[in-house]
Design a protein around this ligand. Structure first.
Ligand code: C2O
Ligand code: CU
Ligand code: CU
Length: 509
């Protein structure tokens, strides 16, 4: 008989079902303003320079909840939105101004989170950015309060909604849970010409769930092992949208563009709108799809983005709920006076090239595995059986294309993200998990399923479904150097489900 120490009891939590809903308007994160121009060291040009401090602040998530402590960017959670143009480089200085002591429970047994390191270390990564390695937010390139890092972002990529967040080794899940996330929107003239809803009719929706105590504070549970408090997943009782619980939004009866980000630690969202209308999804992680696709129920895993258009024209005077499964998250209040709508929802959006598998110069099989403790609880998740500190095994050559086969041997879906690159999903196909574990063989047990219509564009994060081979085709463009790939369930990522990879220069001659 194993004797377990008693778990620390959870504090009393708020009950969103008993709170007055839709009393707070949906906030829109402010747009970051450059401080001026600075010399870009690499190309010796004057480029816009931003400074976004990382600090502690308090913010009201709901009218009836005490102000919540956040650690985030600027003064708000999500932080200020970066508005960038494709091809126009910017510099951002990210000063760490956090207090010395972390307010969420650090597990010092986790890789890279040993005792004696500064608790409130941080480093910033732009998720989805094609960024040189020294500005990508390498997990071990964290810095302590009082220090800063100035990163440069070339923005040489198509229009897309990216996001920035902390990436500090071993405490990433805690830092993002504390509030360290914001949006980074890249625009280009091609997208501008489509006449999609814009300005006040283009609204980001940043979703994340948190456990919120009756004192208004973020709670992060611990395991039953006092010296190893890591937990394998974090799900909250309250979903915040742009930092508010159960907000409402007044809308006109016309088209809106909503840019949705799942910034949760672990939770997958399945979004729908009360009765009608359906989402018309126009884009995914790395920009526009080939054509709009009607999505009645939108599945979005941690790290993924969905760009959708919703037309409220037929719903004058109605109240429409945004739901996750059957739980309401927010309310749209459609005005009753009809309005002119000069925006468009074009029937085709952009050319997405067909996938030619023959373009790949190699295929890698990479497993996703879970290792359990004696009680059958997950202890650690690993990529291809390797740990963070094992030598780099994936070294694609710059400019080449590879197929990565993500063999998910676990019982859970893992959203897998590669830094630097964009990719396409080829298919998902069920495999015999035991055959892979015991005989190292890939035995298919069903047919290959093509990606959903709303995944058939450029992606940077892919849901690797349990017991299946999820195949992606990746061109390694941009820069040589070290990057990471990882599961975007942050609890997994922090505990070894992250690996370095290195883009190498093509051999000479
Ligand atoms: Cu969202 Cu390694 O990033
Ligand atoms: Cu990333
Ligand atoms: Cu995972």
């Amino acid at each position: 008989m194993v004797h377990l120490p008693k778990m620390k009891p959870a504090p009393p939590l708020i009950d969103p079902e008993r709170m007055t809903p839709y009393v707070d308007p949906l906030p829109r994160p402010e747009v970051a303003k450059p401080l001026g121009k600075r010399l870009n060291p690499s190309r010796k040009e004057q480029v816009p320079f931003y400074r976004i401090p990382i600090r502690e602040f308090f913010s009201k998530i709901h009218r009836d909840v005490q102000p919540t402590r956040f650690w985030g960017f600027g003064n708000s959670m999500p932080g200020p939105t970066i508005e960038a143009r494709s091809g126009e480089e910017i510099l951002i200085d990210w000063p760490n101004q956090l207090p010395a002591k972390h307010f969420l429970p650090i597990d010092h047994t986790i890789m890279g989170a040993g005792k004696g390191l500064p608790e409130s270390r941080t480093v910033v990564h732009v998720h989805g950015g094609r960024v040189p390695p020294e500005s990508d937010g390498w997990p071990e390139a964290w810095y302590a309060p009082g220090k800063s890092a100035t990163y440069h972002y070339p923005n040489k990529q198509d229009a897309a909604m990216l996001w920035y967040h902390d990436h500090a080794m071993g405490i990433n899940r805690l830092n993002i849970c504390a509030g360290m996330a914001g949006l980074y929107v890249i625009r280009d003239s091609f997208e501008d010409a489509l006449n999609l809803p814009k300005g006040e009719y283009e609204i980001p929706l940043v979703l994340m769930d948190r456990l919120i105590g009756t004192d208004g504070q973020i709670y992060y549970p611990v395991s039953q092992f006092p010296d190893a408090p890591w937990i394998p997943e974090y799900t909250g009782n309250a979903t915040l949208i742009n930092g508010k619980l159960l907000p409402y939004l007044d809308v006109e009866p016309r088209k809106y563009r909503f840019r949705i980000l799942n910034a949760a630690n672990s939770r997958f969202y399945f979004l729908s709108l009360g009765n009608e209308p359906a989402f018309q999804q126009i884009g995914t992680d790395q920009g526009l799809l080939a054509a709009p696709t009607a999505v009645p129920r939108l599945a979005i895993s941690p790290g993924e983005r969905a760009d959708v258009v919703v037309d409220f024209a037929e719903h004058r005077g109605e109240r429409i709920l945004l739901n996750n499964l059957f739980v309401p998250l927010m309310q749209f209040r459609v005005a009753s006076e009809s309005v002119a709508d000069p925006s468009a929802l074009p029937s085709t959006l952009r050319a997405i090239p067909p996938i030619a598998e023959t373009g790949a110069i190699r295929t890698r099989q990479l497993t996703l595995e879970e290792v359990d403790n004696v009680l059958g609880d997950p202890l650690v998740h690993v990529l291809d059986g390797k740990h963070w500190h094992d030598p780099v095994s994936e070294k694609p050559v710059l400019g080449t294309t590879e197929i990565w086969e993500l063999l998910n041997l676990t019982e859970d879906a893992h959203p897998i993200h590669l830094h630097l690159v964009r990719f396409r999903i080829l298919d998902r196909r069920p495999i015999d998990v035991d055959a892979r574990i015991y005989d190292k063989k890939v035995v298919y047990t069903g047919d290959a399923v093509p990606p959903d219509a709303n995944e058939a564009g450029w992606k940077d994060t892919v849901r690797a479904t349990p017991g299946a081979n999820t195949r992606i085709m990746v061109k390694f463009e941009g820069y040589t150097g070290r990057y990471v790939w990882h599961c975007h369930i942050l609890e997994h990522e922090d505990n070894e489900m992250m690996r370095p990879y290195e883009v190498v220069a093509p051999p000479k001659g």
